[in-house]
Each structure stands twice: as C-alpha cells, then as structure tokens.
Design a protein. Sequence first.
Length: 101
Amino acid sequence: MKLAIGTIAFSSLLMIGAASEANAWTRSGSVTTQRGTYTGTASGGCGGGTCSRTASVTGPMGHTVSRSGSISRVGPYRYAYSRTTTGPYGRSFMRSGWFRR
C-alpha cells in the first residue's frame, strides 16, 4: 500500500501541467519499475472558489488506488479541505479540516 501511495505521489508529479482556459486539466502517464508498469491518470480544475482534483494509479496486477479531494476558501485567509483515498480492495480513508493562511 505504501508503494501505491508513493506511486500516486510520483505519478502526480509527472502529470502536473498548465491549466487550460477553463481552469480544467487532465493528465496521464506511466512508469515502469522492476515490479512492472504503473499507469496513472489525474484531472482537476477550479471554479467558484473551489479547486478539486482526482487521481488514480493502476499497478501491474490490476489493483487501483485512487484519491479525490478539494479545497475551498471559506473566509478571509481560511480554507477548508477534504480528500478521500480508496485502496485496491475498496476500503476508503477520508481526511478533512481547515487551515488559516
């Protein structure tokens, strides 16, 4: 599982790019390791004070790990966020909160 989460982070770095005029974007890529090929996709966008992103990585054995999340401005210098990570067997973990900038 740690490898899959690390792969999501690594794949996300590969997929970052410039946003289009509509502030929406999609990226995909793959990386081959000694264990096999991992394929990832990601998409996101911003609008109305909220930015969201989804990403998933599928490993060589067909297992997929996905993550979706969003962040919203809720006041002057205050932001709320949430994200959900779903593992290869359907179990999910959600994290949410707020912070001041």
